[in-house]
Design a protein around this ligand. Structure first.
Ligand SMILES: [Zn+2]
Length: 166
């Protein structure tokens, strides 16, 4: 598990770290890579979110891990955002091209991308188009993470004045 965690991005945090009760095997986040009728691999998509309570980035980082071999390294890492193109242009000062990539989902250029990365990106894009519930889940998880972090921040605020009086 340590090697899995080490291989993850240090900035984005896996959803299941915030919500350890999450059952990844029941998450419905499975993606198959096929060649015709042949199954080349089954991958689980781990969702990672930005842990900054003041950041309204409206995106997810997805890392794909092979289910059968259980190798600790991610096969592919992609970013995806569900907001509008103007939103990303404004928020991230992205160019229109970059904002468009964000909305389509793109493979992260600084993360290792293995053999099936292009197929996994395609599979992800199709899932987004064909399965509205999948997209709603990503948005919900984003909100859950942000809510949990701001609750923690609120808690800190409430605790500090009390301590300072002692
Ligand atoms: Zn953010």
């Amino acid at each position: 598990m340590i090697s899995l965690m080490e291989s993850l991005s240090t900035y984005m945090v896996p959803f299941n770290i915030f919500f350890p009760e999450t059952d990844l095997l029941r998450s419905g986040n499975f993606f198959k890579v096929m060649r015709g009728e042949e199954e080349l691999g089954v991958f689980i998509a781990l969702e990672l979110y930005c842990p900054d309570p003041g950041c309204d980035c409206q995106k997810v980082l997805i890392q794909f891990f092979e289910v059968i071999n259980q190798e600790p390294r991610a096969h592919a890492s992609l970013s995806y955002g569900w907001e509008s193109i103007p939103f990303y242009q404004k928020w991230g000062r992205m160019t229109k091209k970059e904002a468009l990539e964000m909305k389509e989902g793109y493979l992260e250029p600084f993360n290792p991308q293995l053999q099936y990365a292009p197929q996994l990106l395609e599979a992800f894009r199709s899932r987004i188009k064909e399965d509205p519930q999948f997209l709603e889940k990503l948005k919900l998880h984003y909100t859950m993470v942000k809510d949990k972090i701001s609750q923690k921040e609120e808690h800190k605020k409430n605790v500090t004045p009390f301590r300072s009086r002692i």
